[in-house]
Design a protein around this ligand. Structure first.
Ligand SMILES: Cc1cc2nc3c(=O)[nH]c(=O)nc-3n(C[C@H](O)[C@H](O)[C@H](O)COP(=O)(O)OP(=O)(O)OC[C@H]3O[C@@H](n4cnc5c(N)ncnc54)[C@H](O)[C@@H]3O)c2cc1C
Length: 506
């Protein structure tokens, strides 16, 4: 990095750091993003994977957040129709929780707070006639349906990093910031990458370390820059079971404690169930799904399911830590705001640090725009916002019509099994052609793994998407790890993919 001084050093390669990197680099700023592990290795791989307004947040009067998030659903559908798609939800009425009137009022607001182009409106459903696939017990007779969107959260992060890199950003994974010091007119950050350490200089630091944001702020040597970061950490866990028969919609199930639990179609063969709200204080990296959380989730959904689930059905579980804004007056972790705040501190010499607290996957693009608005006074002549109408890499699907695009691909690559082609197209969109390259028959894809993964795709991911370990490939760039685990061949697949990974940088 030598004597170069970047405009921005972004600490954290989750969705917020990657989103800011893409926006800033596209406006011509010189950007370096550092991530201590893999891209999306923190909270951004462990969300419920919804681009949603957050129906529940209306109960906490979070109208600004809900409106912004509702609008972003349409923007994200346009920008990345391969990894974002509409998902219908069924919300059964249940005794002793919210009244029908209250739900109807909430859905009316949800339908009208923001203009919709592609997302249908909500409506009442008679569950005795529209059986919702036979998923629910027959005594749940009435309910509603409404729409939000699904997103592959970890791939969204990678696509933003790719967009940033295409505009010249340096993306450095497995690189941890270990100390920060102010110099004359620039920050000096010490970076640790394996055994090697290096210095990176930048005028502005964006602390996008999510649940680590307070720890990063504490790295400032004289500790004048940051102040205390008002962060509250709340763990959320999910369990994954083989696809519940008929559960092709999402379900929003009301629990007796007033919380809601999602039941969501996941990959082609699984159902994702979550989530929980557990205050935590240790390292975010240590979060795991506890036996109590598993039991809570199973009990919450078994009240509704025609065929109850047991612990033995669980094929995978994961946990993430929400970096929420602290609120001393709020003891209920479910009621803490899911909105974001930005804190800018600076000194007379022109160095500044902007710390991000909170934020959803859904609102990352607007958060990045808000970051740029805050930094604008420090960057004379900053070009205007640009990301809303620019597709993410692979998202330039004609007319945004993924199904039509798939039909064309099926003709072009008739030799590839349908499920594999669909998995590739979902992951890569129009970049699927780069992944397949000059392959003309299935043998040309090299060793094949579950989940549509092949040696050829592994090579693409290592060359183009910063994948450095088998875990990066199996659990974040793809979900082949889940398919392998559910088929009982995880160890074999892990060994196979590890054998294909180029040696790691020291
Ligand atoms: C259970 C759960 C469900 C959720 N569901 C949804 C949902 O359905 N929809 C939605 O919109 N949002 C959802 N969210 C919220 C969303 O996932 C998070 O708000 C978002 O992922 C936070 O992103 P981030 O970039 O701020 O943090 P992170 O993704 O955690 O990124 C921060 C990164 O900083 C890195 N880092 C930390 N310290 C250093 C250092 N010293 N040097 C270098 N790198 C460092 C970390 O390794 C990490 O990768 C959910 C969250 C949880 C926990």
């Amino acid at each position: 990095m030598g004597g170069r001084i970047y405009d921005l050093l972004i600490i954290g390669g989750g969705i917020n750091g990657a989103g800011v990197a893409a926006d800033a680099a596209g406006r011509g700023l010189s950007v370096c993003l550092v991530e201590q592990g893999d891209l999306a290795g923190g909270t951004s791989q462990a969300s419920s994977k919804l681009v949603h307004g957050g129906l529940r947040y209306l109960e906490h009067f979070e109208f600004r957040l809900v409106r912004e998030a509702l609008l972003e659903r349409e923007v994200m559908l346009d920008r990345a129709p391969h990894i974002v798609w509409p998902l219908r939800f069924v919300l059964p009425e249940a005794d002793g929780v919210r009244s029908r009137m209250r739900i109807r009022a909430g859905l009316f607001l949800y339908d009208h707070l923001a203009q919709r182009r592609r997302i249908p409106a909500s409506r009442a459903v008679d569950l005795t006639r529209e059986s919702a696939g036979g998923v629910l017990r027959s005594d749940f007779r009435r309910g509603f349906s409404y729409w939000d969107c699904w997103v592959d959260d970890a791939r969204l992060v990678v696509l933003n990093a790719k967009l940033a890199a295409a505009s010249g950003a340096d993306i450095r994974t497995r690189t941890r910031v270990v100390s920060l010091a102010r110099g004359d007119g620039a920050w000096s950050a010490t970076l640790q990458s394996g055994e090697r350490s290096a210095t990176c200089r930048a005028r502005v630091i964006v602390n996008a370390a999510g649940p680590w944001a307070d720890r990063v702020a504490a790295l400032v040597r004289d500790n004048t820059a940051s102040g205390a970061v008002p962060l509250r950490l709340v763990k959320g866990s999910h369990i994954v079971v083989p696809r519940i028969a008929g559960a092709e919609d999402g379900f929003l199930l009301q629990n007796t404690d007033g919380r809601v639990v999602f039941v969501l179609p996941f990959e082609t063969a699984f159902t994702l169930i979550g989530t929980t709200d557990v205050p935590v204080s240790g390292s975010p990296a240590d979060a795991t799904c506890s036996a109590e959380e598993e039991a809570y989730l199973l009990a919450a959904v078994n009240r509704f399911l025609a065929r109850p689930l047991t612990r033995g059905d669980i094929v995978w579980r994961f946990a993430g830590v929400r970096p929420l804004q602290a609120d001393e007056e709020q003891s209920n972790p479910s009621a803490l705001s899911r909105d974001y705040s930005l804190a800018l501190t600076g000194d007379a010499a022109g160095t500044a640090m902007l710390t991000i607290v909170g934020g959803k996957v859904t609102t990352y693009r607007r958060l990045a725009e808000a970051v740029m608005e805050r930094l604008a006074p420090l960057v004379p002549g900053l070009p205007p916002a640009w990301t809303a109408s620019r597709p993410l890499p692979g998202g330039d699907i004609p007319g945004g019509d993924f199904d039509l695009y798939m039909e064309g691909l099926s003709r072009l690559y008739a030799w590839m099994p349908d499920a594999m082609l669909l998995a590739l197209a979902r992951r890569h969109g129009t970049a699927v052609r780069d992944v397949i390259g000059d392959a003309r028959r299935i043998e040309d894809m090299g060793v094949l793994f579950p989940g549509g993964l092949s040696a050829r795709e592994v090579a693409y991911l290592t060359a183009n998407e910063w994948a450095m370990t088998a875990d990066d490939v199996l659990w974040r760039r793809t979900k082949a790890g889940l398919h392998a685990k559910a088929s009982g061949v995880e160890a074999k697949v892990m060994a196979g993919v590890s054998g294909l990974m180029p040696p790691q940088r020291p």
